[in-house]
Unconditional design. Structure first.
Lengths: 305, 399
């Protein structure tokens, strides 16, 4: 780009009249591609480093501070007590395991429900319906998060829609609790799973499927040996959304989770009185998600994000 | 590739900066305060000219200018009469109030008893000269100079109103009608999955109050002054209760909806929630059980860093004036603090419903207070469990 650059556009005009400051500046910038790049990238890089990574760094550092137990003011004395408490206190460990379990359950449910749905919208449904079906999948995202969760609170309440629908089978609805939280989170994040899977399925070359059939494979075999390996990375990509969104959520579980606590609730309950403890707890989802992303990178799912 | 290296360098630089920044400020951390030795602050002896503005922190419904409900407006007249423009911030919890007061950007706060001592001890709240608040003389005597609004005979605020934490139950599903808190503790299994409780560490005091009556060998005198043994017993009781709890409530609309649908059939409540649920068709009743109850008594306190102290004093006097105190008490659903407010309520039975002047009723209420290491009940041979430990225990109780 630098060696073969054409002559500066300002040059022909400059022959007619003396070059102004602007012209000289343009010339200088043109001759120094590195300076140009630096000027272009300084602002976004500052944003990334200071606001984004900086706040993560502050989170990390404040996890090592302590608080005055009575006035709950942050005392800037270095200590690893908070991190040790997070790892050794039984209740914290239990909540961390529960939160990761919820995130995994939501991810699996989203994949199991999302895959057939995406298969239908991308390959089975009549071609002119497909855009409409994608819009239909996206419509829940237009409604407010709280409205949807409160709607689930009504559905799952005693004598609500869930109870009413299950009564003919002699069953009761799940009521408020951990299953309700998993169900609601699955509903909330399902579109984030369907979309990448839909895209991957829509882009699947028809020739591959035909070739498989020509070679004598039945549909089940084609699905297992051709479709699944090609689409699995995008399921992984969708799972990044469902997993991280579920791990960070604390409002849904407050509304439909009954007495259940997740990691976000612990952060929330500590944030006013014990900020360093909240920071230490807040590091847990960060670490879990980094580990999850590293695991996914090995499968190649990240390149289909 | 160069971009990645630049990002890495930036990240390293940020981390380095953050680490060095906290390293240099590590020296000025103060020693931890234990117990109550508030800084010696002076209350003003006379008021100056109104500053034209006042910044308040309040519970929802305490500072209404008609924007939420056109009928609820006691701010506009205050602004007209004093020239002090009111700017208010609604806080959702006592902990948030404490945190906001620390910023020093507010002049006054309507603190409950579980926040007031913390504000006094940290020097965020200043003593109040009650002579500068003429309406103070009409406040019910049993609200003045209480452990949660005064220290060593010095007043730190003006009482605003009070209420009890009641036991509410669904009259159709809970039979026979309960008379004791045992319905949510030892007898809670009868309504397994449908018991509710207030979602706050201060709820541990409710368990302590129950143990005070039912386990005399623990010798609990004050549910906010628990030594380690008494505290452990209360926590154990709450862990037992947790098995039967359907959900905890902190948002009062959530409790109203749970009682309406039948998801909750028995648990703690406030009078205003009981009234609201009943008006929306829920078959509920709320009362003070035989053991007595916990309750709250809110106090308007003035910040030690107040930028508009004169306007703050004017607000304190205004909010406990008979007419306004009646308005706010009726709007929020609590007993007013000003004795003359009872003549000003639109519902003539209001003060009877809320037991405003019923001294015997309030004797049975243990008002919220901040647990500190120095036992509030006067014991000096043991250390009591401070509030920070209550917060941790509450997390463990919920599991």
């Amino acid at each position: 780009m630098t060696a073969t650059a054409p002559a500066p556009p300002a040059a022909p005009a400059a022959r007619e009249r003396p070059r102004g400051t602007l012209g000289r500046l343009a010339g200088a910038l043109h001759r120094r591609p590195r300076l140009r790049l630096a000027l272009l990238l300084t602002a976004p890089l500052l944003w990334l480093a200071v606001l984004y990574l900086g706040s993560l760094a502050v989170l990390f550092v404040s996890a090592f501070w302590t608080t005055n137990s009575f006035t709950s003011q942050v005392v800037k004395v270095w200590s690893t007590d908070n991190l040790r408490a997070v790892l050794t206190t039984p209740v914290y460990r239990e909540v961390i395991v529960r939160s990761v379990g919820v995130a995994l359950a939501v991810t699996v449910l989203c994949a199991v429900i999302g895959f057939p749905l995406a298969f239908f919208t991308a390959r089975v449904a009549p071609r002119r319906w497909r855009p409409l079906l994608v819009v239909a999948v996206l419509t829940p995202l237009w409604a407010s998060y709280l409205v949807k969760v409160y709607a689930w609170r009504l559905i799952l309440s005693e004598g609500g829609l869930a109870d009413w629908m299950l009564r003919p089978f002699g069953l009761d609805g799940p009521g408020y609790g951990l299953p309700a939280a998993v169900l609601t989170l699955t509903y909330l994040w399902l579109p984030y799973m369907i979309l990448p899977v839909h895209t991957a399925l829509a882009q699947l070359p028809a020739g591959l499927l035909e070739a498989s059939a020509d070679l004598g494979a039945r549909p089940a075999r084609t699905f297992r040996s051709v479709v699944l390996p090609l689409v699995l990375p995008s399921v992984g990509a969708g799972s990044v959304f469902t997993f991280s969104l579920s791990l960070g959520d604390y409002i849904t579980v407050q509304i439909v989770g009954g007495k259940t606590q997740l990691i976000g609730n612990l952060v929330y309950s500590n944030i006013e009185l014990n900020l360093p403890m909240a920071a230490a707890l807040g590091l847990v989802p960060v670490v879990v998600i980094v580990l999850y992303l590293l695991a996914l990178r090995r499968t190649g799912a990240l390149s289909s994000l | 590739m160069r971009l990645i290296r630049t990002v890495q360098a930036a990240l390293a630089a940020t981390l380095f900066l953050a680490v060095t920044a906290c390293g240099s400020s590590g020296g000025d951390g103060e020693s931890s305060a234990t117990g109550l030795n508030p800084p010696d602050l002076k209350a003003p002896t006379r008021l100056g000219k109104p500053e034209g503005q006042v910044d308040l922190i309040a519970w929802a419904g305490y500072v209404e200018d008609g924007s939420n409900d056109p009928d609820a407006d006691w701010v506009s007249d205050f602004e007209k009469q004093t020239g002090c423009q009111v700017r208010s911030k609604v806080a959702a919890s006592s902990d948030e109030m404490v945190k906001l007061m620390k910023t020093g950007e507010y002049d006054a706060v309507s603190a409950s008893g579980d926040a007031s001592l913390r504000l006094i001890a940290s020097g965020d709240a200043a003593p109040v000269n009650t002579d500068l608040v003429p309406n103070y003389q009409d406040i019910f005597p049993d609200l003045k100079m209480q452990p949660w609004n005064s220290v060593d005979g010095k007043a730190y605020g003006i009482p605003h109103g009070r209420g009890a934490n009641l036991l509410m139950y669904n009259t159709e599903k809970v039979k026979p009608a309960p008379t004791s808190w045992s319905a949510v503790f030892d007898g809670a299994f009868a309504h397994k999955g449908h018991v509710t409780a207030y979602d706050s560490p201060i709820y541990i005091a409710d368990a302590a109050l129950y143990l005070k009556a039912h386990r005399p060998e623990l010798k609990i005198k004050d549910p906010y002054a628990l030594d380690q043994k008494q505290f452990d017993a209360a926590v154990d009781l709450l862990k037992q209760q947790n098995k039967n709890v359907g959900e905890y409530w902190s948002d009062y609309l959530k409790e109203v909806s749970a009682f309406k649908s039948g998801d909750s059939v028995i648990g703690t409540t406030w009078q205003v929630i009981a009234n609201l649920a009943a008006s929306e068709g829920a078959k509920v009743k709320a009362f003070v059980p035989e053991e007595g109850s916990t309750g709250w008594s809110d106090t308007w306190m003035i910040s030690s860093k107040a930028k508009h102290p004169t306007c703050a004093y004017k607000w304190l006097n205004w909010i406990v004036s008979p007419k306004v105190n009646a308005q706010v008490a009726e709007y929020f659903g609590e007993a007013p603090a000003n004795a003359k407010a009872c003549e000003q309520t639109t519902d003539k039975n209001f003060c009877t419903t809320y037991h405003a002047a019923d001294t015997a009723y309030w004797k049975r209420i243990a008002f919220w207070n901040t647990p500190v290491e120095q036992c509030l009940d006067g014991r000096t041979d043991v250390k009591c469990v401070p509030y920070a430990k209550w917060v941790q225990a509450w997390t463990e109780i919920k599991g």
